[in-house]
Design a protein around this ligand. Structure first.
Ligand SMILES: Cc1ncc(COP(=O)(O)O)c(C=O)c1O
Length: 430
């Protein structure tokens, strides 16, 4: 006969076993996820990111900026000085809008891009443009609302919008960017279905992934169509200042302060590791927008804000940008030259005037996703086109990034890729 103490020991052991079994079941909390969470995906760019750092591989996948020419020693001394002399401010919480000094400097950066007269009171410093996209979706969109975007568009924006259960609807582009007639037609169709369209998300200069730029004469047309239909324009312009030659094209925000939320970023003109960008928000929308930013991060990092402010004040940032533009131009030319030399007939690509990317189109019927794995075996990585559209259809496109790779490696990467495309085309013909 067992004692009650033994009974309870057995009972406890059994309980513990059940608890351990339950703890080992990795799906046990799945029922707790929100509906929204089901829409949160790992981007294909992140998938490929880990692979692309394998030694020996040429990565034409990641759109990272070139950082090696930054004055790192000087920046180190500047960071040290900030902490030594203003550490109690740099390491303390700050205001939700971001520091006034940096917001003022952001207005100067925007003036250099063609936006005159912006005031610090209308600027919110954000954790990169990425967090501003998140805030825009959060502030304006209910589940089922529509955000219009280019086809193709930035994968990070797609992931963000889809996480808010937004229906992302694409508008066709040609070599001059968004087609105004197509925009008008798409809006008309959606309105006829009773859909609520909140935003047009656009990357007008050197679109990621296509490298295409919205022509100057279409920019106002696009804003006018949106204004007539009470749709806000979310203009994401991280590459605008990276035009290879000449002046940046005037952003849509420049002449339309009430209809455009403008997103800028220090990631491509300085360094993504500071995780700082900004939103220039129409006055009548500012309060809600900034309160939503504050609710997410409390405040952007004062330390990196002070570092960026010092960079814009004490360093020749415009000179550095000029040298970056010519470095990216050289890399882009190396890529375009190699593509012309190596890629088979039937393959087409864009010729960007700036930014980081070339967009390649293969003959209809080829799916570039499976080609990625053959390419990895051959020692080169790209991003398949399907990543950059909300559609689940296979894509015959792929993105090549030239920003973070030397011209020699670009040529080598294209050489490794060419036979894979040739085989895919010949299998299609067979
Ligand atoms: C079009 C576009 N928007 C936003 C981002 C993210 O920028 P940030 O580093 O400012 O968050 C990227 C990054 O590649 C991008 O290409």
């Amino acid at each position: 006969m067992t004692t009650s103490r033994e009974d309870s020991a057995d009972f406890l052991a059994a309980e513990t076993e059940v608890a351990l079994e339950r703890a080992a079941d990795p799906t046990r909390h799945d029922v707790l996820f929100s509906r929204r969470a089901a829409n949160i995906k790992q981007s294909a760019v992140r998938d490929v990111f880990d692979i692309s750092i394998r030694p020996g591989l040429v990565s034409l996948a990641g759109g990272s900026p070139y950082l090696k020419s930054l004055p790192l020693d000087d920046l180190g001394r500047t960071a040290q000085k900030i902490i030594a002399e203003r550490g109690l401010e740099a390491l303390q919480y700050g205001g939700g809008q971001g520091m006034e000094e940096l917001r003022g400097l952001v207005c100067e950066v925007m003036a250099a891009e063609g936006i005159e007269g912006a005031v610090p009171d209308d600027v919110v410093i954000t954790t990169g443009s990425q967090s501003a996209q998140d805030v825009a979706a959060k502030v304006f969109c209910d589940p089922g609302d529509v955000i219009l975007c280019e086809d193709p568009t930035y994968v990070g924006a797609l992931n963000t919008f889809e996480a808010y259960e937004v229906d992302v609807v694409t508008v066709a582009m040609d070599e001059n960017g968004l087609i105004p007639d197509e925009l008008e037609r798409t809006i008309g169709e959606l309105q006829a279905q009773g859909r609520s369209i909140k935003l047009l998300y656009t990357i007008p200069s050197f679109n990621n992934p296509s490298g295409i730029t919205l022509a100057a004469d279409r920019r106002q047309q696009v804003v006018d169509i949106c204004r007539r239909n009470d749709i806000l324009v979310l203009e994401d312009n991280p590459y605008g200042m990276l035009r290879f030659d000449g002046e940046p094209l005037k952003p849509m925000r420049a002449d339309n302060p009430d209809d455009v939320i403008y997103l800028g970023s220090f990631s491509k003109i300085f360094a993504p590791g500071v995780r700082l960008g900004w939103a220039l928000v129409p006055k009548h929308l500012y309060r809600r927008f900034y309160l939503a930013c504050e609710a997410v991060v409390l405040c952007p990092s004062p330390l990196t804000q002070m570092l960026v402010s010092a960079y814009l004040t004490d360093y020749d940032w415009q000179g550095h940008l000029r040298s970056m533009r010519s470095l990216y131009r050289e890399r882009c030319e190396a890529m375009l030259g190699a593509l012309a030399e190596e890629f088979p007939e039937g393959v087409h690509w864009t010729t960007p005037d700036g930014g980081f990317f070339v967009w390649v189109t293969l003959p209809e019927g080829i799916d570039t996703y499976p080609l990625l794995y053959t390419a990895i075996d051959a020692g080169v990585v790209f991003i398949p086109g399907a990543a950059f559209t909300p559609s689940d259809e296979p894509s015959n496109k792929l993105r090549l990034a030239f920003s973070a790779v030397t011209p020699e490696d670009i040529v080598e990467g294209v050489r490794r890729l060419a036979p894979i495309l040739r085989t895919a085309i010949s299998e299609l013909d067979a």
